[in-house]
Structure formats: structure tokens, C-alpha cells
Design a protein around this ligand. Structure first.
Ligand SMILES: C[S@@+](CC[C@H](N)C(=O)[O-])C[C@H]1O[C@@H](n2cnc3c(N)ncnc32)[C@H](O)[C@@H]1O
Length: 251
């Protein structure tokens, strides 16, 4: 199944980048403030930052532009091709690694100050295993911040605005990306993610559900794909964000 998801992202990379037209920025997702507003990561200059599921590298490049030593991992060759060009255009030295983020063996233990991910971890079947890997590559006191689809957003039918599936339903499901078509994602509840982080050994510091009724100036997704409709965003949050910390040394 992971190879189907990889092939989908590989095949649809150009259309995804075209449809999103993302700016180089540390974004968290649709209907959400960006890092400049949320300030979850602290000072970035000189920090080692690893981005999981970096896609076209807009965040990875933004980390590098702020003085971080940034590495982006993604398993889709098409996405990384876009990301490498973007880094070159911005004149930054970023390492992009083509790899499945379920296996972070290319990354040394305790080598990262920050692990970041925007809208990628919903495609992973075994998130607890990934959280354990993230804990391994972070230094003590290191920060893990990630965003995913808010699970409630995916339960609403876009035409009738009714909840059409049990909140408690988890496991594989179709990920409807509107005009781009559909791939597979793995459903979760916030409690599933929270408890998996705690079980892996993290201290969860923040759980953020941005008020998607507000229109954030930088929001690149708003109005795109026919998915993030104002009438849906008025009802339910579209993005869920976690900030967790690896226990140990002070930051
Ligand atoms: C919705 S895109 C988000 C990309 C980028 N973070 C952004 O904000 O635009 C999801 C990305 O996750 C990547 N991805 C999904 N599952 C992955 C896995 N198991 N290993 C590596 N990359 C993965 C896909 O290739 C895709 O580039």
C-alpha cells in the first residue's frame, strides 16, 4: 500500500505543486496560521532541522533561509525534483533524501534539534513506529512539531455539510484531494496521535486546532481544489497541529 501512495505522489507531484502554488514558508496547513504566528519551533538559525514528507520543499527551503541546517525526506521522486530546483532557485544548501519516513536509518541518533512535518503523517499506517524513530533522531530537549488533516474535517460531506462517518472510524480510507483525485490515508483521532506520542516517550506540549473560520493571509490552500470550502471551514477545523518534546536536556 505504501508503494501505491508513493507512486500516486510521484505521478501527481507536478499537478499538486501547480494546484497548491505554495510559497516558500513554514506553513502548517489549510485554515491555519504559519510558524511566524504560532512560534512553536523557537530560534532556527544554526539548528538542525529534519522535515518528514517534505514534498516540494517549500518549508525545508524556508528553514534553510532562516539559517537552519535543513534536511528534507520524501519518498516521491517527483516531489524531490521540484524541491531540489526550488532550493537551487533560492541559493540554499539543503539536503533532500529520497526515503520512506517510516525508516529514518539515514539519519543519525540524536542528530536533530527539530523534526517538522506538514500534512504528510496521515499517509502512514504505523505512526507509533515513526514516532519512535523521530524520538531516536532528536537530541534530548529537541522539538517535534507536525500538522495533519483535522480528523473531523474528513467526516463532513462537502455538499450536504453533514457528518457522514463515525468519528471513531480509523484505518485506511480514501483521501479525496478534489480536482487532483484520490489516494489512501490512514484515519486517526487526536487521542490516537496524542497517546502514540506519549507511548513513544514524548512530552506533548501543545495540541492546536486553528480557528478555520478566520482567513489567514498566507493560507495557500484556501479556495483550492474545491475541498477547503468556506462553508466547511466555518463548521470544523481543517488542520490539527502537535508540538511534542523529547525529554532530557534543557532547550
Ligand atoms: C500533502 S503532501 C505535503 C508535502 C509538504 N509537506 C507540503 O506541505 O506541501 C504529502 C507528502 O508526504 C509524502 N509522503 C507520504 N508518505 C510518505 C512516506 N511514507 N515516506 C516519505 N514521504 C511520504 C508524499 O510523497 C508527499 O510529498
Amino acid at each position: 500500500m505504501a508503494s501505491d501512495i508513493r507512486d500516486w505522489w510521484d505521478k501527481n507531484s507536478a499537478r499538486y505543486q501547480d494546484a497548491c502554488d505554495l510559497t516558500v514558508d513554514i506553513h502548517y496547513g489549510p485554515g491555519s496560521p504559519n510558524e511566524d504566528e504560532l512560534k512553536l519551533l523557537g530560534e532556527l538559525a544554526g539548528k538542525r532541522v529534519l522535515e518528514l514528507g517534505c514534498g516540494g520543499g517549500q518549508c525545508t527551503v524556508a528553514f534553510a533561509l532562516r539559517g537552519a541546517r535543513a534536511t528534507g525526506i520524501d519518498f516521491a521522486a517527483g516531489q524531490l525534483e521540484f524541491a531540489r530546483k526550488l532550493a537551487a532557485e533560492h541559493g540554499v544548501d539543503v539536503e533532500f533524501v529520497q526515503h520512506d519516513v517510516r525508516d529514518l536509518s539515514p539519519i543519525d541518533a540524536a542528530s536533530q534539534d527539530i523534526v517538522f512535518s506538514a500534512f504528510a503523517l496521515m499517509y502512514l499506517e504505523d505512526r507509533p513506529a515513526v514516532f519512535r524513530e523521530v524520538l531516536r533522531v532528536l537530541r534530548p530537549g529537541g522539538v517535534f512539531a507536525f500538522s495533519v488533516d483535522h480528523p473531523l474535517f474528513r467526516k463532513v460531506d462537502l455538499e450536504t455539510l453533514r457528518i457522514v462517518e463515525s468519528y471513531h472510524e480509523t484505518g485506511p480510507a480514501e483521501d479525496d484531494l478534489g480536482a487532483l483525485g484520490a489516494t489512501t490515508m490512514y484515519r486517526y483521532r487526536p487521542s490516537d496521535l496524542h497517546n502514540a506520542l506519549v507511548d513513544a516517550g514524548f512530552v506533548v506540549e501543545r495540541l492546536i486546532e486553528p480557528d478555520s473560520r478566520k482567513r489567514y493571509a498566507h493560507d495557500p490552500w484556501f479556495g483550492r481544489w474545491g475541498v477547503y470550502l468556506p462553508e466547511v471551514l466555518d463548521l470544523v477545523p481543517s488542520t490539527l497541529i502537535f508540538k511534542a518534546v523529547k525529554p532530557g536536556a534543557s532547550r
